[in-house]
Design a protein around this ligand. Structure first.
Ligand SMILES: NC(=O)c1ccc[n+]([C@@H]2O[C@H](COP(=O)([O-])OP(=O)(O)OC[C@H]3O[C@@H](n4cnc5c(N)ncnc54)[C@H](OP(=O)(O)O)[C@@H]3O)[C@@H](O)[C@H]2O)c1
Length: 333
């Protein structure tokens, strides 16, 4: 049994700037023996989310603040390697908020057993926060109707690519916005989008007009800033604007200024709402089953971008903010 574990600790709050290597510190920590009811868990994979930068900044007030010296917060999948009467059996795979650590001694109250016929990493991607966010944001907040035009920013990302496919399942027309030709080609050729817009190619507003000639019924926004503003310019009457995330703000740090075009909500009798996916936690088991069913019948494809090596955790997180990830960003230890 190991007696120590490497851990990444928070070493700086990246406010008003991008994440830097110095914001993390790699340490080796002694592992206690599992006490009564505790288990020793070996972390096999970590999952990455843009929200982790908000947690590091302490700007996200829906989670407890992070202090310098805390183990970096994040999701993971681990294998139970020893148990002192714990709630999972040795050999079980479990997932939840494990943090950036190689091993964890825990009672596992917040962990869930991996129970899927898909590869286990799916519990962090299509069956994890990613798929659940896409499902809840689209269906509970966006409320799409068959025939609607659904426009998604960050469309080639883990969440965005699931949103487009769920919109297609609901009988909508899905248009995605992503950075670069290869991502846009992938959206149309593999991820089932009807059309894709490259925001890096310029004149986003004109491109949106061309691909959404009757206006946008549902916006699913992962990006915020100028892209949200240009999308708001083309909303249809009665549109629902779903604010899922705002990754474009992360390099500047401050919360984004309100979009200039917000008054279109009045002209178009539209609504704009944000959400936090954990508000529907009670429904997650049922939603996971639905998502797995869509994957099983070939209606929902998903991509995972798996990097390697615990020492590469900070570099892996940074990939999200330069668009280097192709699908759900993960790391195999
Ligand atoms: N509300 C909730 O409960 C909830 C829960 C989970 C996640 N989220 C949010 O969902 C969003 C997607 O998360 P994800 O894990 O699926 O990440 P992701 O979309 O797989 O990865 C992030 C993507 O954002 C794009 N991006 C990065 N910087 C950008 C910028 N300045 N302008 C425009 N696009 C930029 C990049 O794609 P390009 O190459 O196309 O630029 C990058 O690949 C995030 O905003 C996250 O915070 C919300």
């Amino acid at each position: 049994m190991p007696t120590t574990a490497r851990q990444w600790l928070l070493n700086g709050h990246p406010r008003g700037r991008g994440i830097e290597d110095g914001d993390f510190k790699l340490v080796e920590t002694a592992l206690p023996d599992p006490g009564p009811g505790e288990m020793l868990i070996r972390i096999r994979w970590l999952g990455f989310d843009p929200a982790q930068k908000g947690w590091m900044e302490n700007i996200a007030d829906y989670v407890a603040p992070m202090a310098i010296g805390d183990v970096m917060r994040g999701s993971g999948i681990g294998e139970v390697v020893a148990s002192n009467g714990g709630r999972f059996a040795v050999g079980d795979l479990v997932f939840g908020t494990t943090g950036w650590t190689e091993y964890l001694v825990t009672e596992g109250r917040d962990l869930t057993k991996v129970e899927t016929d898909l590869p286990p990493t799916a519990v962090l991607s299509v069956l994890g926060t990613t798929g659940l966010t896409a499902y809840c944001g689209l269906f509970k907040v966006g409320r799409p109707l068959a025939g609607d035009t659904v426009l998604v920013s960050g469309a080639a990302g883990a969440t965005g690519s699931v949103v487009g496919q769920l919109a297609k399942i609901a009988g909508c027309r899905a248009v995605g916005i992503a950075g670069g030709k290869d991502k846009c080609d992938w959206l149309v050729e593999e991820a089932g989008y009807d059309a894709a817009i490259d925001y890096k190619a310029g004149d986003l507003r004109e491109q949106i007009k061309q691909h959404c000639p009757n206006g946008i019924d549902v916006i699913f926004d992962n990006v915020g800033g100028a892209i949200l503003n240009d999308m708001l310019a083309r909303i249809a009457t009665g549109a629902r604007v779903v604010i899922c995330g705002g990754i474009s703000r992360y390099e500047t740090g401050s919360l984004p200024a309100g979009p200039q075009n917000y008054f279109n909500l009045v002209f178009r009798r539209a609504s704009m709402a944000g959400f936090i996916v954990s508000d529907w936690a009670g429904e997650f088991p049922a939603i996971r089953k639905r998502l797995e069913g869509f994957v099983d019948d070939g209606r929902l494809a998903y991509r995972e971008d798996i990097q390697h090596g615990f020492e590469n955790a900070p570099a892996t997180l940074k990939r999200l903010f330069v668009g280097a990830n192709r699908g759900k960003q993960m790391l195999e230890l």
